[in-house]
Design a protein around this ligand. Sequence first.
Ligand code: AMP
Length: 124
Amino acid sequence: MPVSATGPYDQGNIFAKILRGEIPCNKVFEDDFALAFHDIAPQAPVHVLVIPKGPYVSWADFSATATDAEIGGFVRAVGQVARDLGLEEPGYRLLANTGVHGNQVVPHLHVHIFGGRQFGAMLS
Ligand code: AMP
């Protein structure tokens, strides 16, 4: 069920639980600003999610209310994860589903990194 991009932050969402260590994840990267882990239902040979450490519902929320340090740290983390995964040269795709029309399901900002094969049309 898609979620609002602007609703109040739900501390019970699954990525909040991962950040608090209440449920496990298959971690690939962590620093002060971001955590990255493999998607539980991968849709590409490489499918990793990068999430900010702060309580941001969506790209809309994060871009409007996060600090410059959080935004800079998060953007750098997304690039670092892709680099660490060896995706820079073959290339990769980023996706941040946002709100209902974006079909965002988990109400904590996450950027999908897809890689490992040639992708086709951007939208189906
Ligand atoms: P979105 O539609 O952008 O909100 O996508 C949410 C993503 O989170 C989906 O690709 C799910 O497979 C993924 N996901 C949900 N729960 C977990 C989890 N516990 N660990 C890793 N990925 C998850």
